[in-house]
Design a protein around this ligand. Structure first.
Ligand code: FES
Length: 61
C-alpha cells in the first residue's frame, strides 16, 4: 500500500527505512532518498515508527 503519495513510498520501503534505524519521519524520508512534500503521510509514518518501538520493547522483555 502506498503511504506517501507524493513520493510513491509504500509500506515496504518505509519498513526497510525503519529497520535500517530511522527514528523519526524526517529520517524515514531521508533514508528513502526523498523529502517531505505535503506532509499528509507523516502521521502514518509516525504510527509505523511507534509500532516498531512497541515491537522492539516487547522483544527486549
Ligand atoms: S503524502 Fe507524503 S509528503 Fe505528501
Amino acid at each position: 500500500m502506498i503511504v506517501c503519495v507524493c513520493n510513491r513510498l509504500n509500506e515496504q520501503r518505509i519498513g526497510a527505512a525503519i529497520c535500517g534505524g530511522a527514528d523519526c519521519a524526517d529520517d524515514v524520508y531521508a533514508r528513502c532518498g526523498v523529502r517531505k512534500n505535503c506532509g499528509r503521510c507523516q502521521e502514518t509514518i509516525e504510527g509505523l515508527l511507534e509500532q516498531n518501538r512497541g515491537a522492539l520493547a516487547q522483544a527486549a522483555e
